[in-house]
Ligand binder design. Structure first.
Ligand SMILES: Nc1ncnc2c1ncn2[C@@H]1O[C@H](COP(=O)(O)OP(=O)(O)O)[C@@H](O)[C@H]1O
Ligand SMILES: [Mg+2]
Length: 225
């Protein structure tokens, strides 16, 4: 069973120049323990697709299933709840809060949950991404690769089923990018999450299980294994 499945997705945007069809009938799925990389040129619809998978936006046509439940017609509140409990996000520019320490940044998405010891889990996750000695550093005191590791730890704090990454290595040099990709692969296996990453970085294709090529809102090719 796929943890996320998009069927026949069309996404149109109304803009100044008229109606833009960003996605033109897309099918997509990902399994737990699988890393899927969506690759395509700028403007091809990658971020639009990731936003739909992340329940940050809704399709114009088609359906979205999460763990075999149809969430297409969920309300904004219901989608927020699904997102909070099931989906972790990693962004190109990290999106860390500059005033908070690494530990506090990692804890932040779990503030609503009083049932677990958030501090312990944040410290554990930071240790697992190699930042056990940087717990009290603020983002300004960390390198790009370290900031992305904090963001990865944060994305896992609520034990998601899906981790979404938009250009996760986009701001990193090649060596640091490779380390981050190796980290993602290891966590994917340890946590049994599905990773969906979008990129235009060919380097990522060496790490991925499945490659989805998108051009002009249409999936051209899916390569598995
Ligand atoms: N909020 C929006 N309003 C209008 N057009 C948009 C919006 N978001 C994206 N688009 C358009 O949809 C197409 C796909 O964009 P996007 O998904 O961001 O591509 P990519 O991430 O592959 O660069 C582009 O033509 C873009 O200009
Ligand atoms: Mg994009």
């Amino acid at each position: 069973m796929s943890v996320i499945e998009l069927s026949d997705i069309v996404k149109r945007y109304q803009s100044g120049e008229g109606l833009i069809e960003a996605l033109k009938g897309i099918d997509f799925r990902a399994e737990r323990g699988e890393m899927v990389t969506v690759i395509g040129p700028s403007g091809s619809g990658k971020s639009t697709m990731l936003n739909l998978i992340g329940l940050l936006d809704t399709p114009t046509e088609g359906s979205v299933r999460l763990d075999d439940r149809d969430v297409t017609d969920f309300s904004v509140d219901e989608l927020t709840e699904e997102r909070r409990t099931g989906i972790g996000f990693v962004f190109q520019d990290y999106h860390l809060l500059p005033m908070l320490t690494a530990t506090e940044n990692v804890e932040l998405p779990s503030m609503w949950d009083t049932s677990v010891d958030r501090r312990d889990r944040a410290v554990d996750l930071l240790g697992r991404v190699g930042l056990g000695d940087r717990l009290d550093h603020t983002p300004g005191e960390l390198s790009g690769g370290q900031k992305q590791r904090v963001a990865i730890a944060r994305s896992l704090i609520n034990e998601p089923d899906i981790l979404l990454a938009d250009e996760p290595t986009g701001n990193l040099d090649q060596d640091t990018g490779e380390t981050i990709l190796e980290e993602l692969i290891r966590l994917k296996e340890d946590e049994n999450v599905a990773i969906v990453a979008v990129t235009h970085d060919d380097q990522m294709l060496d790490y991925t299980d499945t490659t989805v090529r998108i051009i002009d809102g249409v999936i051209q090719e899916v390569t598995r294994g």
